[in-house]
Design a protein around this ligand. Structure first.
Ligand code: AMP
Ligand code: MG
Length: 505
């Protein structure tokens, strides 16, 4: 309890209440020495929590897992998943727990969940623990994505535990408190579908609909409608990823949400020089989750989601309808590339400083955007700075862009086309167009070398200052401020060339 007598969290736990049998009630492990490394005050306020109260020792004890706050009903969720294409029928919260749900100030239900809170019945060989570095990475990337306007789970807090975790070497342990619109994944559906537990599957699907698409609740045909909604959300999400150069790195079906939020910042990375084949994860040998493959993988994952829903639809409509039902689901999956392309182009138009003009100009605008990317690729241009310097060109200063792109004739040719396209719209003052572009083309993204540097200082030297400085730059991605300059520069090419990210840390 808070000293004032009001509880720290006002939990309302629909998952625990509505879905018995789909989870295991479980408690976080005790740890020796809780200390709060990070508290997300703006997010706490969004959730109707009191940041000052959470910054106390009581708050540290809660976020490290030692105290279960009043009203929480911690539980480990069951889920399965295709990992790198191979099906694992039982994954589940092996080192995570859903603590409970709160309804935020906007009336939205949000999960508060732990990661790194100890072993559960789903841990298999794992220790259930997490290390400081990877949990602070969740903070940095989640806050960066949020500031970029990309749907994402977010870190509410990170507490260190005072306990080492054994990885390639000993690392300081930590627990992350993560906030999500829900932790429902494609893999959650796969778990019950694979076991043929159709009643539970239906409960789960109806729960997902009530939570994320309440307008569909109870409607006939709601499961295919849910598939459609998830397809729309994922198309929009992956398009946003592509437009900031984000590589998730481990798009397994257990890491694809029903809500359309990005989840699990493990081996993720932001691309520097534009290259559709860019891949950083040390275990992604085939490039399955390479930058340019992400839309294809999203579609593949959606097909796996569709497979879990089909038995429910057939049960509702009768065996005789099976063929038609499969055809309808297939049509949704086949429509995904179109949804993605449309969302991508919408974002690209904004990045190009063009007003959204769906319809007539689509093919020409897509070609214009694509040829820009070809130019970036051919010249090894930093994706983020390339777009950013195009805004300078819109304002009338081409020099910063020329400094990035060596092939002057190709650049001039492309700029001429772009200028003509801009001129085809209602007149807009150059500085105004540039401002519009600077509002959607970030100057600051989480540069991999800066992230690593901040995490190393926190993990190895208990120095959180670099993390805090980087975080404040990431929360302010669109404005060019002299103090943020170091975060805007790409790593030396030699550093990027050997940059690797690691999974499951
Ligand atoms: P992830 O790669 O983080 O999406 O996790 C995939 C699966 O591995 C999930 O079921 C996790 O709960 C589980 N897992 C990852 N790390 C650990 C760990 N240290 N201990 C137990 N389970 C883990
Ligand atoms: Mg995961």
């Amino acid at each position: 309890m808070h000293p004032s007598g009001s509880p720290l969290f006002r939990f309302d736990n629909s998952y625990a209440r509505d879905l018995p049998g789909l989870y295991v009630p479980w408690k976080p492990a005790e740890v020796p020495s809780p200390r709060l490394l990070f508290l997300n005050a703006p997010l706490a306020e969004e959730l109707g929590l009191d940041p000052a109260a959470l910054r106390s020792d009581a708050g540290a004890a809660i976020f490290a897992g030692n105290t279960v706050p009043d009203g929480a009903e911690p539980l480990a969720q069951a889920y399965a998943g295709h990992q790198f294409g191979g099906f694992s029928p039982q994954l589940g919260d092996g080192r995570a727990l859903l603590l409970g749900e709160v309804v935020d100030r906007q009336g939205q239900r949000r999960d508060i969940a732990f990661k790194g809170s100890g072993r559960t019945p789903f841990s298999r060989g794992g220790d259930g623990k997490a290390a400081v570095g990877p949990m602070l990475r969740e903070v940095l990337i989640g806050e960066a994505m949020h500031a970029l306007g990309i749907p994402t789970t977010r870190a509410l807090a990170v507490a260190s535990t005072g306990e080492p975790v054994v990885r390639e070497k000993l690392l300081p342990g930590a627990v992350l408190a993560r906030v999500a619109a829900s932790h429902l994944r494609v893999g959650t559906f796969q778990f019950f579908a694979a076991r043929g537990e159709q009643a539970k599957l239906r409960q789960l699907a109806d729960y997902a609909i009530a939570r994320h698409d309440p307008d569909l609740a109870g409607a006939p045909g709601r499961y295919l409608a849910l598939l459609q909604r998830v397809a729309q959300r994922q198309a929009a999400l992956v398009a946003q990823w592509m437009n900031v150069g984000f590589i998730h790195g481990v798009m397994n079906t257990d890491n694809m949400t029903i809500s359309g939020e990005t989840i699990d910042y493990g081996p993720c990375a932001f691309m520097e020089a534009y290259d559709p084949r860019a891949v950083f994860s040390s275990i992604d040998h085939q490039g399955r989750y390479a930058y340019g493959n992400q839309p294809l993988i999203a579609r593949w994952n959606l097909a796996r989601f569709a497979e879990t829903l089909l038995p429910l639809v057939v049960e509702d409509e009768g065996e005789a309808a099976a063929e038609r039902v499969v055809a309808e689901a297939t049509a949704v999956i086949d429509a995904f590339p179109g949804l993605f392309e449309a969302a991508l182009l919408r974002g690209q138009r904004a990045k190009l400083g063009l007003a959204d003009a769906p319809g007539e100009e689509d093919a020409a605008d897509a070609a214009l955007a694509n040829d820009w990317l070809v130019l970036l690729h051919a010249n090894g241009v930093d994706f983020t700075l390339g777009w950013r310097r195009l805004a300078d060109a819109a304002a009338g200063d081409e020099r910063p862009l020329q400094a990035l792109i060596a092939d002057t004739p190709a650049l001039q040719q492309w700029l001429a086309r772009w200028r003509a396209r801009c001129a085809s719209e209602a007149p807009l003052a150059p500085e105004q167009r540039a401002q519009r572009m600077r509002g959607v083309n970030p100057w600051i993204i989480p540069r991999n070398h800066r992230v690593e540097e901040a995490l190393a200082a926190a993990s190895e030297s208990d120095d959180l200052a670099p993390f805090e400085r980087l975080l404040s730059a990431l929360r302010d991605p669109y404005e060019e401020k002299p103090e943020h300059e170091p975060y805007a520069q790409p790593a030396p090419a030699a550093v990027t060339a050997c940059y690797q990210t690691f999974c499951g840390t």
